[in-house]
Design a protein around this ligand. Structure first.
Ligand SMILES: C[S@@+](CC[C@H](N)C(=O)[O-])C[C@H]1O[C@@H](n2cnc3c(N)ncnc32)[C@H](O)[C@@H]1O
Length: 212
């Protein structure tokens, strides 16, 4: 058992995702909620010209497999703590290295990757522990790109009532900057994810940084 810290009830959270795995891939859900940040991350990776990528909290592996197919890097890892979500991911691609581990303790070697990406999962992680792990597994100068909801929007405030903050917490864009910088990264960009629907409905923000 790993000694890395986790957010409260994280095993319960990841077991629940195992049960949700079958409905997660519904095309409308994917199109509205998950595809836009994935498009932006693919674009960031394309511009950075990276060789080794890890998608952390990869869920059913949609972004991870897209990275493999569309960018064809040397190595792609998809890491998730939910067995059920990873089962779906494994069926999607045999070329990705799927890892059933937690974000805070991926088991990857030091400097194993040139990019760490994560979409709609960071709020479930222990933030300092996960960022320390991302810093450890990234090579110097490596790219970090994280998309998550902006808690300042009214919609996200519904998702973040005080009692569940120990289970899932969405840092504001300013909090994200502070957390990422404190973990040894330099922020290079931060902006709202572009969407075909009003951003108030799914108000996610992409934070991009480089490992110092
Ligand atoms: C909303 S899904 C997002 C999946 C994927 N990134 C996407 O955009 O489609 C959140 C995922 O985070 C995973 N997760 C939650 N806590 C985790 C942890 N501590 N380490 C790794 N994965 C975790 C869950 O199992 C779930 O698959």
């Amino acid at each position: 058992m790993s000694a890395a810290p986790t957010r409260a009830f994280n095993s319960l959270v990841t077991r629940s995702w195992s049960r949700l795995a079958r409905v997660y891939n519904i095309p409308l859900v994917q199109r509205i909620a998950y595809r836009p940040p994935q498009d932006e991350i693919i674009e960031q990776l394309r511009r950075a010209d990276i060789r080794r990528v890890a998608d952390i909290g990869c869920g059913t592996g949609i972004l991870t497999s897209r990275i493999q197919h569309e960018l064809n890097p040397e190595v792609v890892y998809g890491c998730d703590a939910s067995v059920g979500m990873l089962r779906q991911a494994k069926a999607r691609s045999g070329q990705v290295n799927w890892i059933n581990r937690r974000a805070e303790d991926t088991g990857l070697p030091d400097a194993a990757v040139d990019a760490v990406v994560s979409t709609h999962a960071f709020h479930f992680f222990d933030h300092p522990a996960a960022l320390a792990e991302f810093h450890r597994i990234l090579s110097p100068g490596g790219l970090l790109a994280i998309a998550l909801n902006n808690p300042r929007s009214r919609f996200a405030q519904l998702l973040q009532p005080t009692p569940i903050q120990s289970v899932a917490y969405f840092p504001s864009p300013d909090e994200m900057r502070s957390l990422v910088e404190a973990a040894g990264f330099r922020i290079t960009a931060q902006r709202s994810v572009r969407r075909p629907i009003p951003s108030a409905l799914v108000p996610d923000v992409l934070t991009v940084a480089r490992r110092i």
